[in-house]
Design a protein around this ligand. Sequence first.
Ligand SMILES: [Zn+2]
Length: 241
Amino acid sequence: MVPALEKIIAESDRIAFFGGAGVSTESGIPDFRSVDGLYHQKYDYPPETILSHTFWEENPEEFYRFYRDKLIVKGAKPNAAHLRLAKLEREGRLKAIVTQNIDGLHQAAGSKTVYELHGSTLRNYCVKCGAFYDVDFIANSTGVPRCPKCGGIVKPDVVLYEEGLDEEVLSGAVSAIRKADTLIIGGTSLVVYPAAGLIRYFRGRHLVVINMQPTGADAQADLCIAKPIGQVLSEDVLLED
Ligand SMILES: [Zn+2]
């Protein structure tokens, strides 16, 4: 708990939260963009190449091998940050979460209004007939997952590189940020576009950044907190300022 942040939260009733990978690292979900020696040992391409639409089309076996190995995380649970944000929504202070994460942990924590800019690993669809499949279907498949009904490829509802963001999700996110009185940016260095460009729609009173590394929004922020976000949003521990 950070007193300066708690004061801002107490004064706000239309908070929007904009989050990235750092929100989920405390749940044991690694940021696939962070430098990770494992990629170089096991894969011939960088993650940005493998997770592109072209690669999915041309090298589906390798795509799904990487996807099952790196993007599906079994047994992850919401952490103190997810839980506090869900509580702020229940209390009527927070109106929406905009996330770049694809792990569904905000909903698992109880959040209702969540704009998932990059989709979710929990949803998967047959590209031919549109049938829905859950994450276990992909996790338990081998090779290229095929629809049992029609034989089409089952594709994760995750926005790959080269693919555009979903229009409805995007406009919902823009509207929530535009109407917010406080915008809390957390666990993201704001380097992934177009998602990171959304914060320019914010017109409210308080901009807060919670991130271990500096971000492009620090200069405009009222408050920058360089501490783990679960710790910052937790109500249990009083941190010294
Ligand atoms: Zn099908």
